[in-house]
Structures are given as C-alpha cells and as structure tokens.
Design a protein around this ligand. Structure first.
Ligand code: AMP
Length: 236
C-alpha cells in the first residue's frame, strides 16, 4: 500500500506517519527529512556534488521556500528505488505542487490520501513551539493547547523531553529549526495555500481520501487514522 499524507506545515504529517508506518509494515518517506540529511552531510558519502547540492537545498529550506520541482523529483526517485520502499510507503511532504502530483503518477501508484484537517492559527502556534533534536531529528513540542475554535475543541498537550533541552533518544541538543520561526512559518503557510492546496483538488475523484482531524493528542489521532485505513483497505 502506498499513501500520501497531506496537510499544511505544522499539521503533524511526520508525527502521524511515524506512528502509522510501523503498524502497517511500510516506510515513511519524507522529502524534508531526505533534504535535511543531505544538508547535514549524512545522506550518502561526502562528495563535492553533495556539498553543492546541500548548499542549494539549504538556501531554499532556511527561507521556507519550495525546492524546484525537477530537483525534488530526481531525489525522490532515488529514494523510492531503494528496496525498503517496495513494501509500501507513506509519502510525507510530497507532492507539494500540481506539477509534482502529475509526475508522481509516473513513478508510483498511490492507493489513498491521508488528508489532515487542522486550524491554521493552531498550526502556527504548534510549529513555532516545535523543538527538534539536532542529532537524530526526533521532534518535541512545548505548546500546551486546550481551547475551542469554531465549535471544535483542540486538545494538544506538549510533547516534552524528560530533561529540558535534551533529546530522550540520543542525548542530542534540542533546537528550533530555522524554518520553525514564526515569520517563516507564516510564509510557509502562504506558499501552502497558493501552491500545495491545489494538489488536493487535483486528486479529488481520482484517489480515495481518508480524512484525519488533528485536534487531539497525536497517539489518538494516529490510532483513529490507522483504524480507518484498516477498515477501508484491509477489511479488518
Ligand atoms: P518539511 O519537513 O516537509 O516541512 O520540508 C522542509 C522544507 O523542505 C520545505 O520547507 C521545503 O523547502 C523543502 N521541501 C520538502 N519537500 C518539498 C517538496 N515536495 N517540494 C519542494 N520543496 C520541498
């Protein structure tokens, strides 16, 4: 099974995908993570090609701008050619433009879109409160949200490390990513509304949608999404 997890920046795509994938025995393929690992120099072996690629990717990512379609598609194809991807994937962060959506149809067959519905104000707060491990990429969140907007109660407790500022998994330092700063988050949402939201329209009627409502703690949201996937695709 191949899925796309789709939603605005900060809606928790990575958080949900990393909980759902192991339960289905499929892999989480996140273009943002692929790019960050190249930037960090830990992607493939260090070569001058990688160094210039890393510099190019970083210049887009730090501003919250989109990496050009041709480059994203080339790097994604390399990732999907790996044997681990053959059992199924949740694609996170791709497609982000209609051009990427069109290209995807030539690369892999998608069974459904996991579409995250979330309030944009809450997302700005969540993403700018996100802290990421500088070493292993584990994500934490210091925002404690419990309020009602348009009749929907959002209950999103913080995801704190055991020791403030230190990653539970590897002891790395927790940082605020450059693209999690509030002004950059607002720019990313603007880009999402203009360039990525049309991707949903593109897929409507072509691929089944599974709606995810991101107004509860991640474990509960992921559990509900998983139940829905199993019911609709595995008949269990
Ligand atoms: P993410 O972790 O998905 O928020 O991605 C971080 C950054 O990587 C984005 O702000 C973009 O600069 C870049 N990026 C990730 N995926 C794509 C994509 N499909 N198309 C263009 N840029 C991307």
């Amino acid at each position: 099974m191949n899925f796309i997890i789709f939603g605005p920046p900060g809606s928790g795509k990575g958080t949900y995908a990393s909980r759902i994938c192991p339960k289905l025995g499929i892999v989480h393929v996140a273009t943002g993570d692929i790019f960050r690992s190249i930037v960090k120099g830990s992607g493939s072996c260090r070569t001058s090609r990688n160094d210039s690629l890393a510099g190019e990717l970083k210049s887009y990512m730090d501003k919250g701008a989109l990496v050009p379609d041709e480059l994203v598609i080339k790097l994604l194809k390399e990732e999907l050619a790996k044997p681990e991807a053959k059992n199924g994937i949740i694609l996170d962060g791709f497609p982000r433009t209609v051009k990427q959506a069109e290209e995807l149809e030539n690369i892999i067959k998608i069974d459904a879109i996991l579409n995250i519905n979330a309030d944009q104000g809450i997302m700005i707060e969540k993403i700018s409160s996100r802290r990421t491990c500088d070493n292993c990429g584990e994500i934490y969140n210091i925002a404690d949200i419990n309020r009602e907007i348009n009749g929907i109660r959002y209950i999103m407790p913080p995801m704190l490390p055991k020791v403030a500022g230190i990653c539970d998994k590897c002891g790395g330092k927790l940082i605020q990513r450059a693209d999690a700063k509030e002004e950059v988050v607002r720019d990313r949402l603007e880009i999402y509304n203009q360039q990525s939201a049309p991707v949903l329209e593109y897929f409507k009627g072509k691929i089944p949608f599974i709606e995810i409502f991101a107004n509860e703690p991640p474990d509960i949201v992921a559990e509900k999404a998983l139940a829905d996937i199993k019911k609709r695709f595995l008949q269990i």
